[in-house]
Write a protein that binds this ligand. Structure first.
Ligand SMILES: [Zn+2]
Length: 558
Protein backbone atom coordinates (compact mmCIF):
# COMPACT_ATOMS: atom_id res chain seq x y z
CA UNK A 1 0.00 0.00 0.00
CA UNK A 2 1.14 3.50 -0.76
CA UNK A 3 -0.60 5.92 1.61
CA UNK A 4 0.93 8.98 -0.03
CA UNK A 5 -1.05 8.20 -3.16
CA UNK A 6 -4.34 7.83 -1.36
CA UNK A 7 -5.96 11.08 -2.31
CA UNK A 8 -5.54 11.20 -6.01
CA UNK A 9 -9.20 10.70 -6.66
CA UNK A 10 -10.26 13.99 -5.14
CA UNK A 11 -7.00 15.84 -5.23
CA UNK A 12 -5.77 15.43 -8.75
CA UNK A 13 -2.98 17.92 -8.40
CA UNK A 14 -2.81 18.74 -12.05
CA UNK A 15 -4.27 21.42 -14.21
CA UNK A 16 -6.42 20.42 -17.09
CA UNK A 17 -4.14 21.94 -19.72
CA UNK A 18 -1.05 19.85 -19.11
CA UNK A 19 -0.36 16.64 -20.91
CA UNK A 20 0.39 13.41 -19.02
CA UNK A 21 4.06 13.64 -19.91
CA UNK A 22 4.49 16.92 -18.03
CA UNK A 23 2.91 15.78 -14.78
CA UNK A 24 5.24 15.24 -11.88
CA UNK A 25 4.75 11.71 -10.63
CA UNK A 26 1.08 11.20 -11.51
CA UNK A 27 1.51 7.56 -10.60
CA UNK A 28 4.97 6.98 -9.28
CA UNK A 29 5.41 3.37 -10.23
CA UNK A 30 3.68 3.41 -13.60
CA UNK A 31 4.84 4.19 -17.03
CA UNK A 32 2.30 6.31 -18.85
CA UNK A 33 0.22 4.03 -21.00
CA UNK A 34 0.31 4.66 -24.72
CA UNK A 35 -3.45 4.17 -24.64
CA UNK A 36 -3.82 7.74 -23.41
CA UNK A 37 -1.36 9.39 -25.78
CA UNK A 38 -2.43 12.90 -26.72
CA UNK A 39 -5.10 13.16 -24.02
CA UNK A 40 -4.96 15.86 -21.37
CA UNK A 41 -5.36 15.03 -17.71
CA UNK A 42 -8.39 16.49 -16.00
CA UNK A 43 -9.33 17.17 -12.42
CA UNK A 44 -12.36 15.07 -11.68
CA UNK A 45 -14.14 13.16 -8.97
CA UNK A 46 -15.35 9.63 -9.39
CA UNK A 47 -17.50 8.10 -6.69
CA UNK A 48 -15.58 4.84 -6.48
CA UNK A 49 -15.78 2.85 -3.22
CA UNK A 50 -13.31 1.68 -2.07
CA UNK A 51 -11.33 4.66 -3.27
CA UNK A 52 -8.63 3.47 -5.68
CA UNK A 53 -5.08 3.90 -4.44
CA UNK A 54 -4.25 6.00 -7.52
CA UNK A 55 -6.45 7.37 -10.26
CA UNK A 56 -5.71 9.65 -13.21
CA UNK A 57 -8.60 10.98 -15.25
CA UNK A 58 -8.15 12.06 -18.87
CA UNK A 59 -10.18 14.31 -21.08
CA UNK A 60 -11.82 11.77 -23.31
CA UNK A 61 -14.39 9.03 -23.22
CA UNK A 62 -14.92 5.40 -24.10
CA UNK A 63 -18.23 4.31 -25.57
CA UNK A 64 -18.92 0.78 -24.38
CA UNK A 65 -21.17 0.11 -27.35
CA UNK A 66 -18.06 0.31 -29.56
CA UNK A 67 -16.46 -2.72 -27.84
CA UNK A 68 -16.50 -5.75 -30.13
CA UNK A 69 -13.94 -8.15 -28.71
CA UNK A 70 -12.59 -9.55 -25.44
CA UNK A 71 -8.94 -10.52 -25.65
CA UNK A 72 -7.54 -12.80 -22.95
CA UNK A 73 -3.84 -13.30 -22.47
CA UNK A 74 -4.31 -16.97 -21.65
CA UNK A 75 -6.94 -19.55 -20.72
CA UNK A 76 -6.76 -18.78 -16.99
CA UNK A 77 -8.62 -15.56 -17.83
CA UNK A 78 -11.49 -17.30 -19.66
CA UNK A 79 -13.79 -17.10 -16.55
CA UNK A 80 -13.03 -13.37 -16.29
CA UNK A 81 -14.08 -12.97 -19.95
CA UNK A 82 -17.42 -14.54 -19.06
CA UNK A 83 -17.82 -11.90 -16.35
CA UNK A 84 -17.01 -9.15 -18.89
CA UNK A 85 -19.98 -10.36 -20.95
CA UNK A 86 -22.20 -10.30 -17.86
CA UNK A 87 -21.13 -6.75 -17.05
CA UNK A 88 -21.53 -5.42 -20.58
CA UNK A 89 -24.87 -7.17 -21.10
CA UNK A 90 -26.32 -4.77 -18.52
CA UNK A 91 -25.58 -1.82 -20.78
CA UNK A 92 -25.47 -2.94 -24.40
CA UNK A 93 -26.44 -5.98 -26.38
CA UNK A 94 -23.69 -6.11 -29.03
CA UNK A 95 -22.10 -9.39 -30.11
CA UNK A 96 -18.68 -9.89 -28.54
CA UNK A 97 -16.00 -12.18 -29.89
CA UNK A 98 -13.21 -13.62 -27.74
CA UNK A 99 -9.59 -13.87 -28.83
CA UNK A 100 -6.38 -14.96 -27.15
CA UNK A 101 -3.29 -12.75 -27.20
CA UNK A 102 -1.96 -9.65 -25.53
CA UNK A 103 -2.06 -6.87 -28.10
CA UNK A 104 -4.15 -3.86 -27.16
CA UNK A 105 -6.37 -3.43 -30.20
CA UNK A 106 -9.15 -0.93 -30.75
CA UNK A 107 -12.72 -1.84 -29.77
CA UNK A 108 -11.30 -4.45 -27.42
CA UNK A 109 -11.29 -5.24 -23.72
CA UNK A 110 -7.90 -6.74 -22.90
CA UNK A 111 -7.49 -9.00 -19.88
CA UNK A 112 -3.83 -9.36 -18.95
CA UNK A 113 -1.62 -10.89 -16.28
CA UNK A 114 1.47 -9.12 -15.02
CA UNK A 115 3.39 -9.42 -11.73
CA UNK A 116 2.60 -5.90 -10.52
CA UNK A 117 3.51 -6.73 -6.90
CA UNK A 118 3.25 -9.64 -4.48
CA UNK A 119 -0.36 -8.68 -3.71
CA UNK A 120 -2.55 -11.30 -5.40
CA UNK A 121 -5.34 -8.77 -5.96
CA UNK A 122 -3.21 -5.92 -7.35
CA UNK A 123 -4.71 -4.65 -10.61
CA UNK A 124 -4.54 -1.82 -13.11
CA UNK A 125 -7.59 -0.61 -15.02
CA UNK A 126 -7.25 1.63 -18.06
CA UNK A 127 -10.32 2.99 -19.80
CA UNK A 128 -9.07 4.62 -23.02
CA UNK A 129 -11.04 6.00 -26.01
CA UNK A 130 -10.96 2.73 -27.98
CA UNK A 131 -9.76 0.17 -25.51
CA UNK A 132 -10.25 -1.04 -21.97
CA UNK A 133 -7.38 -2.95 -20.38
CA UNK A 134 -7.45 -4.78 -17.08
CA UNK A 135 -4.10 -6.07 -15.87
CA UNK A 136 -3.73 -8.10 -12.70
CA UNK A 137 -1.21 -10.12 -10.78
CA UNK A 138 -3.66 -13.06 -10.86
CA UNK A 139 -7.02 -13.85 -12.51
CA UNK A 140 -8.62 -12.84 -9.19
CA UNK A 141 -6.90 -9.44 -9.45
CA UNK A 142 -8.29 -9.05 -12.98
CA UNK A 143 -11.77 -9.70 -11.58
CA UNK A 144 -11.11 -6.99 -8.96
CA UNK A 145 -10.37 -4.63 -11.85
CA UNK A 146 -13.55 -5.71 -13.63
CA UNK A 147 -15.52 -5.02 -10.47
CA UNK A 148 -14.14 -1.49 -10.48
CA UNK A 149 -15.12 -1.16 -14.15
CA UNK A 150 -18.58 -2.37 -13.17
CA UNK A 151 -18.74 0.30 -10.44
CA UNK A 152 -17.77 3.00 -12.90
CA UNK A 153 -20.52 1.79 -15.25
CA UNK A 154 -23.06 1.73 -12.39
CA UNK A 155 -22.26 5.19 -11.14
CA UNK A 156 -22.05 6.56 -14.67
CA UNK A 157 -25.58 5.26 -15.17
CA UNK A 158 -26.70 7.47 -12.29
CA UNK A 159 -24.77 10.62 -13.13
CA UNK A 160 -24.47 10.61 -16.93
CA UNK A 161 -27.28 10.95 -19.45
CA UNK A 162 -25.32 8.65 -21.80
CA UNK A 163 -24.72 5.63 -19.55
CA UNK A 164 -22.59 3.74 -22.07
CA UNK A 165 -20.06 6.58 -22.38
CA UNK A 166 -17.40 6.22 -19.69
CA UNK A 167 -14.75 8.75 -18.69
CA UNK A 168 -11.16 7.86 -19.58
CA UNK A 169 -9.23 6.87 -16.47
CA UNK A 170 -6.16 4.94 -15.39
CA UNK A 171 -6.23 3.25 -11.99
CA UNK A 172 -3.63 1.34 -10.04
CA UNK A 173 -5.07 -0.36 -7.00
CA UNK A 174 -4.63 -3.08 -4.42
CA UNK A 175 -6.29 -4.08 -1.13
CA UNK A 176 -4.76 -4.12 2.33
CA UNK A 177 -6.73 -7.14 3.49
CA UNK A 178 -7.26 -10.49 1.78
CA UNK A 179 -10.39 -11.18 3.90
CA UNK A 180 -13.12 -8.68 2.98
CA UNK A 181 -16.29 -10.40 3.97
CA UNK A 182 -19.95 -10.44 4.75
CA UNK A 183 -21.73 -13.12 6.77
CA UNK A 184 -25.38 -14.03 6.51
CA UNK A 185 -27.25 -16.33 8.89
CA UNK A 186 -29.76 -18.25 6.75
CA UNK A 187 -30.58 -20.72 9.54
CA UNK A 188 -32.67 -18.50 11.82
CA UNK A 189 -34.45 -16.90 8.88
CA UNK A 190 -34.05 -18.09 5.35
CA UNK A 191 -32.96 -16.08 2.31
CA UNK A 192 -33.46 -17.40 -1.20
CA UNK A 193 -30.83 -18.02 -3.84
CA UNK A 194 -32.01 -15.01 -5.85
CA UNK A 195 -31.91 -12.72 -2.82
CA UNK A 196 -28.37 -13.83 -2.04
CA UNK A 197 -27.33 -13.33 -5.69
CA UNK A 198 -28.44 -9.71 -5.43
CA UNK A 199 -26.29 -9.26 -2.32
CA UNK A 200 -23.38 -10.94 -4.14
CA UNK A 201 -23.72 -8.43 -6.97
CA UNK A 202 -23.41 -5.51 -4.58
CA UNK A 203 -20.56 -7.18 -2.67
CA UNK A 204 -18.71 -7.75 -5.94
CA UNK A 205 -18.96 -4.12 -6.94
CA UNK A 206 -17.54 -3.21 -3.53
CA UNK A 207 -14.75 -5.75 -4.06
CA UNK A 208 -15.74 -7.75 -0.98
CA UNK A 209 -14.38 -11.22 -1.68
CA UNK A 210 -15.89 -13.63 0.85
CA UNK A 211 -19.47 -14.53 1.65
CA UNK A 212 -19.77 -16.58 4.83
CA UNK A 213 -23.06 -18.50 5.02
CA UNK A 214 -24.19 -19.67 8.45
CA UNK A 215 -26.15 -22.68 7.19
CA UNK A 216 -27.16 -24.49 10.36
CA UNK A 217 -28.16 -23.60 13.89
CA UNK A 218 -30.57 -24.64 16.63
CA UNK A 219 -33.38 -23.05 14.61
CA UNK A 220 -32.77 -24.51 11.16
CA UNK A 221 -30.76 -26.69 8.78
CA UNK A 222 -30.85 -25.38 5.22
CA UNK A 223 -28.46 -27.56 3.25
CA UNK A 224 -29.02 -31.12 1.96
CA UNK A 225 -26.53 -33.81 2.95
CA UNK A 226 -27.05 -36.86 0.73
CA UNK A 227 -25.89 -39.36 3.32
CA UNK A 228 -28.14 -37.92 6.00
CA UNK A 229 -31.37 -36.58 4.44
CA UNK A 230 -32.94 -36.56 7.91
CA UNK A 231 -31.03 -33.35 8.71
CA UNK A 232 -32.76 -31.12 6.19
CA UNK A 233 -36.04 -32.98 6.65
CA UNK A 234 -35.89 -32.07 10.35
CA UNK A 235 -34.44 -28.60 9.97
CA UNK A 236 -36.02 -26.96 6.94
CA UNK A 237 -39.37 -26.30 8.60
CA UNK A 238 -40.54 -25.37 12.08
CA UNK A 239 -43.46 -24.19 14.16
CA UNK A 240 -42.88 -20.55 15.17
CA UNK A 241 -40.18 -20.18 17.83
CA UNK A 242 -39.93 -17.21 20.20
CA UNK A 243 -38.19 -14.99 17.64
CA UNK A 244 -40.77 -15.93 15.01
CA UNK A 245 -43.53 -14.98 17.45
CA UNK A 246 -41.79 -11.63 18.04
CA UNK A 247 -41.70 -11.09 14.28
CA UNK A 248 -45.37 -12.04 13.91
CA UNK A 249 -46.34 -9.57 16.63
CA UNK A 250 -44.15 -6.78 15.30
CA UNK A 251 -45.41 -7.38 11.76
CA UNK A 252 -48.89 -6.29 12.89
CA UNK A 253 -47.51 -2.73 13.03
CA UNK A 254 -44.33 -2.87 10.92
CA UNK A 255 -44.02 -4.58 7.51
CA UNK A 256 -40.28 -4.94 8.22
CA UNK A 257 -41.05 -8.03 10.27
CA UNK A 258 -43.39 -9.83 7.87
CA UNK A 259 -42.48 -13.30 6.69
CA UNK A 260 -42.38 -13.65 2.91
CA UNK A 261 -45.27 -15.81 1.71
CA UNK A 262 -42.88 -18.38 0.22
CA UNK A 263 -41.47 -19.01 3.71
CA UNK A 264 -44.59 -18.97 5.90
CA UNK A 265 -47.92 -20.71 5.45
CA UNK A 266 -49.62 -19.42 8.59
CA UNK A 267 -48.59 -22.50 10.58
CA UNK A 268 -45.00 -23.35 9.62
CA UNK A 269 -41.92 -21.27 8.84
CA UNK A 270 -39.72 -22.98 6.22
CA UNK A 271 -36.91 -22.67 3.66
CA UNK A 272 -34.13 -24.80 2.17
CA UNK A 273 -31.59 -24.95 -0.64
CA UNK A 274 -31.20 -27.78 -3.11
CA UNK A 275 -27.73 -28.93 -4.09
CA UNK A 276 -28.18 -27.25 -7.46
CA UNK A 277 -29.14 -23.98 -5.69
CA UNK A 278 -25.83 -24.16 -3.82
CA UNK A 279 -23.88 -24.97 -6.97
CA UNK A 280 -25.47 -22.02 -8.76
CA UNK A 281 -24.70 -19.71 -5.82
CA UNK A 282 -21.08 -20.85 -5.66
CA UNK A 283 -20.64 -20.36 -9.42
CA UNK A 284 -22.40 -16.97 -9.40
CA UNK A 285 -20.15 -15.77 -6.59
CA UNK A 286 -16.99 -17.22 -8.16
CA UNK A 287 -17.62 -15.43 -11.46
CA UNK A 288 -17.66 -12.18 -9.46
CA UNK A 289 -14.51 -12.97 -7.45
CA UNK A 290 -16.23 -14.12 -4.27
CA UNK A 291 -15.65 -17.34 -2.32
CA UNK A 292 -18.57 -18.72 -0.35
CA UNK A 293 -17.41 -19.99 3.04
CA UNK A 294 -19.91 -22.50 4.45
CA UNK A 295 -20.47 -22.85 8.18
CA UNK A 296 -21.93 -25.86 9.94
CA UNK A 297 -21.94 -24.98 13.61
CA UNK A 298 -20.65 -27.66 16.03
CA UNK A 299 -20.59 -28.89 18.79
CA UNK A 300 -23.09 -26.34 20.15
CA UNK A 301 -25.96 -24.84 18.15
CA UNK A 302 -26.73 -28.40 17.00
CA UNK A 303 -30.33 -28.90 18.11
CA UNK A 304 -31.52 -29.89 14.61
CA UNK A 305 -29.06 -32.78 14.39
CA UNK A 306 -29.94 -33.82 17.94
CA UNK A 307 -33.64 -33.69 17.13
CA UNK A 308 -32.97 -36.02 14.19
CA UNK A 309 -30.68 -38.21 16.35
CA UNK A 310 -31.54 -37.82 20.05
CA UNK A 311 -28.63 -40.12 20.96
CA UNK A 312 -26.25 -37.44 19.64
CA UNK A 313 -26.68 -35.44 22.84
CA UNK A 314 -25.40 -36.57 26.22
CA UNK A 315 -28.95 -36.73 27.59
CA UNK A 316 -30.75 -38.36 24.67
CA UNK A 317 -32.56 -35.29 23.38
CA UNK A 318 -32.52 -31.55 22.79
CA UNK A 319 -32.74 -28.98 25.53
CA UNK A 320 -31.28 -25.79 26.92
CA UNK A 321 -28.74 -25.17 29.62
CA UNK A 322 -28.36 -21.86 31.38
CA UNK A 323 -27.63 -19.90 28.20
CA UNK A 324 -27.07 -22.25 25.29
CA UNK A 325 -28.57 -25.37 23.77
CA UNK A 326 -27.35 -28.86 24.69
CA UNK A 327 -24.23 -29.67 22.66
CA UNK A 328 -23.33 -32.82 20.78
CA UNK A 329 -22.05 -35.72 22.88
CA UNK A 330 -18.34 -35.80 22.14
CA UNK A 331 -17.93 -39.21 23.74
CA UNK A 332 -20.17 -40.80 21.10
CA UNK A 333 -18.07 -42.28 18.26
CA UNK A 334 -21.00 -42.03 15.83
CA UNK A 335 -21.10 -38.25 16.26
CA UNK A 336 -17.54 -37.92 15.02
CA UNK A 337 -18.04 -40.24 12.04
CA UNK A 338 -21.27 -38.51 11.13
CA UNK A 339 -19.75 -35.02 11.12
CA UNK A 340 -16.64 -36.10 9.25
CA UNK A 341 -18.97 -37.35 6.51
CA UNK A 342 -21.02 -34.14 6.61
CA UNK A 343 -17.92 -31.96 6.22
CA UNK A 344 -16.71 -34.20 3.39
CA UNK A 345 -19.93 -33.56 1.48
CA UNK A 346 -19.80 -29.87 2.33
CA UNK A 347 -16.29 -29.59 0.88
CA UNK A 348 -17.45 -31.17 -2.37
CA UNK A 349 -20.17 -28.54 -2.68
CA UNK A 350 -18.04 -25.57 -1.61
CA UNK A 351 -14.54 -25.22 -3.16
CA UNK A 352 -13.60 -22.50 -0.63
CA UNK A 353 -10.23 -22.82 1.06
CA UNK A 354 -11.92 -21.94 4.37
CA UNK A 355 -14.50 -24.14 6.09
CA UNK A 356 -16.21 -22.73 9.19
CA UNK A 357 -17.13 -25.11 12.01
CA UNK A 358 -18.60 -22.55 14.42
CA UNK A 359 -17.45 -23.86 17.80
CA UNK A 360 -19.11 -20.99 19.63
CA UNK A 361 -21.31 -21.09 22.71
CA UNK A 362 -21.00 -24.80 23.45
CA UNK A 363 -22.32 -25.39 26.99
CA UNK A 364 -19.98 -27.98 28.60
CA UNK A 365 -22.30 -28.84 31.51
CA UNK A 366 -23.60 -32.10 30.01
CA UNK A 367 -20.08 -33.24 29.12
CA UNK A 368 -19.15 -33.05 32.82
CA UNK A 369 -21.73 -35.62 33.85
CA UNK A 370 -21.92 -37.80 30.70
CA UNK A 371 -20.30 -41.24 31.14
CA UNK A 372 -19.32 -41.39 27.45
CA UNK A 373 -17.72 -37.95 27.47
CA UNK A 374 -15.95 -38.69 30.75
CA UNK A 375 -14.70 -42.01 29.36
CA UNK A 376 -13.30 -40.19 26.32
CA UNK A 377 -11.53 -37.67 28.54
CA UNK A 378 -10.03 -40.49 30.62
CA UNK A 379 -9.09 -42.83 27.77
CA UNK A 380 -7.54 -40.11 25.62
CA UNK A 381 -5.95 -38.37 28.58
CA UNK A 382 -7.68 -35.06 27.72
CA UNK A 383 -7.76 -33.70 31.26
CA UNK A 384 -11.00 -31.72 31.14
CA UNK A 385 -14.04 -30.79 29.04
CA UNK A 386 -11.86 -28.09 27.42
CA UNK A 387 -9.48 -30.86 26.37
CA UNK A 388 -12.48 -32.85 25.14
CA UNK A 389 -13.67 -30.03 22.84
CA UNK A 390 -10.10 -29.48 21.70
CA UNK A 391 -9.80 -33.18 20.81
CA UNK A 392 -13.10 -33.14 18.88
CA UNK A 393 -12.18 -30.01 16.91
CA UNK A 394 -8.74 -31.43 16.10
CA UNK A 395 -10.41 -34.55 14.67
CA UNK A 396 -12.69 -32.42 12.48
CA UNK A 397 -9.80 -30.15 11.53
CA UNK A 398 -7.78 -33.18 10.44
CA UNK A 399 -10.60 -34.13 8.09
CA UNK A 400 -10.76 -30.58 6.70
CA UNK A 401 -7.00 -30.35 6.27
CA UNK A 402 -6.88 -33.76 4.57
CA UNK A 403 -8.82 -32.09 1.73
CA UNK A 404 -6.39 -29.18 1.62
CA UNK A 405 -8.73 -26.77 3.37
CA UNK A 406 -8.45 -24.58 6.46
CA UNK A 407 -10.73 -24.60 9.51
CA UNK A 408 -12.32 -21.40 10.83
CA UNK A 409 -13.78 -21.06 14.34
CA UNK A 410 -15.40 -18.29 16.38
CA UNK A 411 -13.16 -16.86 19.12
CA UNK A 412 -14.95 -18.91 21.81
CA UNK A 413 -12.79 -21.81 20.62
CA UNK A 414 -9.48 -19.94 20.73
CA UNK A 415 -8.27 -22.14 23.60
CA UNK A 416 -9.38 -25.27 21.73
CA UNK A 417 -7.50 -24.83 18.46
CA UNK A 418 -3.90 -24.57 17.28
CA UNK A 419 -2.13 -22.22 14.91
CA UNK A 420 -3.54 -23.89 11.78
CA UNK A 421 -7.09 -22.68 12.54
CA UNK A 422 -8.35 -19.21 11.61
CA UNK A 423 -10.07 -17.43 14.50
CA UNK A 424 -12.96 -15.02 14.07
CA UNK A 425 -13.28 -12.41 16.83
CA UNK A 426 -16.89 -11.54 17.58
CA UNK A 427 -17.20 -11.18 21.38
CA UNK A 428 -16.35 -7.50 21.83
CA UNK A 429 -16.50 -7.92 25.61
CA UNK A 430 -13.54 -10.31 25.51
CA UNK A 431 -11.48 -7.51 23.99
CA UNK A 432 -9.28 -7.31 20.91
CA UNK A 433 -6.09 -7.82 22.93
CA UNK A 434 -7.32 -11.12 24.33
CA UNK A 435 -9.13 -12.49 21.28
CA UNK A 436 -7.17 -11.18 18.28
CA UNK A 437 -3.97 -10.82 20.32
CA UNK A 438 -4.36 -14.38 21.61
CA UNK A 439 -4.98 -15.73 18.13
CA UNK A 440 -2.05 -14.08 16.37
CA UNK A 441 0.29 -14.81 19.26
CA UNK A 442 -0.34 -18.51 18.85
CA UNK A 443 0.20 -18.12 15.09
CA UNK A 444 -3.45 -18.25 13.99
CA UNK A 445 -4.93 -15.97 11.36
CA UNK A 446 -7.54 -13.62 12.84
CA UNK A 447 -10.61 -12.03 11.31
CA UNK A 448 -12.41 -9.13 12.98
CA UNK A 449 -16.18 -9.09 13.22
CA UNK A 450 -16.72 -7.67 16.68
CA UNK A 451 -20.33 -7.65 17.81
CA UNK A 452 -20.51 -3.99 18.82
CA UNK A 453 -19.42 -2.57 15.45
CA UNK A 454 -19.34 -5.27 12.78
CA UNK A 455 -22.61 -7.05 13.54
CA UNK A 456 -24.93 -5.41 11.04
CA UNK A 457 -27.78 -7.21 12.77
CA UNK A 458 -27.28 -4.59 15.49
CA UNK A 459 -29.21 -1.37 15.20
CA UNK A 460 -27.63 1.14 12.86
CA UNK A 461 -27.13 4.66 14.17
CA UNK A 462 -25.73 7.84 12.68
CA UNK A 463 -22.36 6.78 14.10
CA UNK A 464 -22.31 3.29 12.56
CA UNK A 465 -20.42 4.21 9.40
CA UNK A 466 -17.80 6.22 11.28
CA UNK A 467 -17.37 3.39 13.78
CA UNK A 468 -16.62 0.95 10.97
CA UNK A 469 -14.35 3.48 9.32
CA UNK A 470 -12.42 4.02 12.55
CA UNK A 471 -12.46 0.39 13.65
CA UNK A 472 -9.48 -0.66 15.73
CA UNK A 473 -7.79 -3.50 13.87
CA UNK A 474 -4.73 -4.45 15.85
CA UNK A 475 -4.07 -5.47 19.46
CA UNK A 476 -2.07 -2.93 21.43
CA UNK A 477 -0.30 -5.28 23.80
CA UNK A 478 2.97 -5.66 21.97
CA UNK A 479 2.47 -7.89 18.97
CA UNK A 480 5.20 -8.22 16.36
CA UNK A 481 4.90 -7.13 12.70
CA UNK A 482 4.69 -10.79 11.74
CA UNK A 483 1.83 -11.33 14.17
CA UNK A 484 0.15 -8.17 12.88
CA UNK A 485 0.15 -9.60 9.38
CA UNK A 486 -1.93 -12.53 10.69
CA UNK A 487 -4.88 -10.14 11.06
CA UNK A 488 -6.15 -11.01 7.60
CA UNK A 489 -9.31 -8.94 7.44
CA UNK A 490 -12.71 -7.81 8.58
CA UNK A 491 -16.26 -8.98 8.14
CA UNK A 492 -19.75 -7.54 8.54
CA UNK A 493 -22.10 -10.15 10.00
CA UNK A 494 -25.87 -10.49 10.24
CA UNK A 495 -27.61 -12.96 12.50
CA UNK A 496 -31.23 -13.02 11.50
CA UNK A 497 -33.28 -13.66 14.66
CA UNK A 498 -35.45 -10.62 13.88
CA UNK A 499 -34.49 -10.07 10.24
CA UNK A 500 -37.13 -12.11 8.40
CA UNK A 501 -37.18 -10.55 4.92
CA UNK A 502 -34.89 -9.04 2.30
CA UNK A 503 -36.22 -5.51 2.67
CA UNK A 504 -35.29 -5.50 6.36
CA UNK A 505 -31.96 -7.15 5.64
CA UNK A 506 -31.06 -4.57 3.01
CA UNK A 507 -32.01 -1.79 5.41
CA UNK A 508 -29.61 -3.27 7.98
CA UNK A 509 -26.64 -3.79 5.63
CA UNK A 510 -26.74 -0.71 3.40
CA UNK A 511 -24.89 1.58 3.51
CA UNK A 512 -22.76 -0.15 6.18
CA UNK A 513 -21.47 -2.48 3.46
CA UNK A 514 -19.83 0.55 1.77
CA UNK A 515 -17.88 1.52 4.89
CA UNK A 516 -16.90 -2.14 5.31
CA UNK A 517 -15.61 -2.14 1.75
CA UNK A 518 -13.38 0.90 2.13
CA UNK A 519 -12.10 -0.14 5.57
CA UNK A 520 -11.21 -3.61 4.32
CA UNK A 521 -9.38 -2.10 1.35
CA UNK A 522 -7.33 0.34 3.43
CA UNK A 523 -7.09 -1.26 6.91
CA UNK A 524 -5.47 1.38 9.16
CA UNK A 525 -4.57 3.73 6.32
CA UNK A 526 -7.78 5.74 6.48
CA UNK A 527 -7.91 9.26 7.89
CA UNK A 528 -10.15 12.26 8.32
CA UNK A 529 -9.75 13.56 4.77
CA UNK A 530 -10.62 10.18 3.36
CA UNK A 531 -13.65 9.93 5.62
CA UNK A 532 -14.87 13.29 4.33
CA UNK A 533 -14.35 12.09 0.78
CA UNK A 534 -16.11 8.80 1.56
CA UNK A 535 -19.24 10.64 2.65
CA UNK A 536 -19.26 12.56 -0.64
CA UNK A 537 -18.67 9.43 -2.70
CA UNK A 538 -21.46 7.61 -0.87
CA UNK A 539 -24.21 9.96 -2.06
CA UNK A 540 -24.50 8.74 -5.67
CA UNK A 541 -24.48 5.16 -4.37
CA UNK A 542 -27.57 5.87 -2.32
CA UNK A 543 -29.20 7.03 -5.57
CA UNK A 544 -27.95 3.84 -7.23
CA UNK A 545 -29.49 1.66 -4.50
CA UNK A 546 -32.74 3.58 -4.91
CA UNK A 547 -32.68 3.04 -8.67
CA UNK A 548 -32.32 -0.70 -8.08
CA UNK A 549 -35.11 -0.77 -5.47
CA UNK A 550 -32.58 -1.82 -2.84
CA UNK A 551 -33.65 -0.45 0.50
CA UNK A 552 -31.13 1.32 2.73
CA UNK A 553 -30.97 3.41 5.85
CA UNK A 554 -30.43 7.07 5.03
CA UNK A 555 -27.40 8.09 7.06
CA UNK A 556 -27.09 11.49 8.66
CA UNK A 557 -23.50 12.28 7.82
CA UNK A 558 -23.23 15.90 8.90
ZN1 LIG B 1 -21.58 -37.00 26.18
Amino acid sequence: MKPKNVFFILVLLVVSSCSPETIINPVETDETSTLFEGLTVVDTTLAIIPQPKTLIAYKGSCDLTSIRNIDIQNESLRPASVYVRTILSEISQQELSTSTGNIKNKQTINLLLEPLSNNTEHYKLEIAPDNISVTGTTPQAVICGLNTLRQIISINGITNSAPSVLPCVALNDQPAFSWRAFMLDVARHFFTKDEICNIIDMMAQLKLNKLHLHLTDDQGWRIPINQYPELIETGWKRLPNDHDKDCINLAKSFPDYQFPSDRWDGTYYFGKYSKSDIQELVAYAAERGIDIIPEIDIPGHSSVAIEAHPEFSCVNGTGWGEEFSYPLCLGNDNVLTYYKNIFDELMILFPSKYIHVGADEADPTNWKSCPKCQARIKNNNLGSVTGLQKWFLSQIEQQIRSKGRKMVVWDDALVSVGSTATVMWWRDWIGINNAVGGAVRQGSEAVITNWDVMYFSGKETDNSLAEIYNLRLYPTNGITEGQKSLVVGIQGSVFTEVTPNISRLNYMIYPRMFALSEKSWYADNTNTEMWTSFKTRLNPWLLYLKSKNIRYRTPNLN
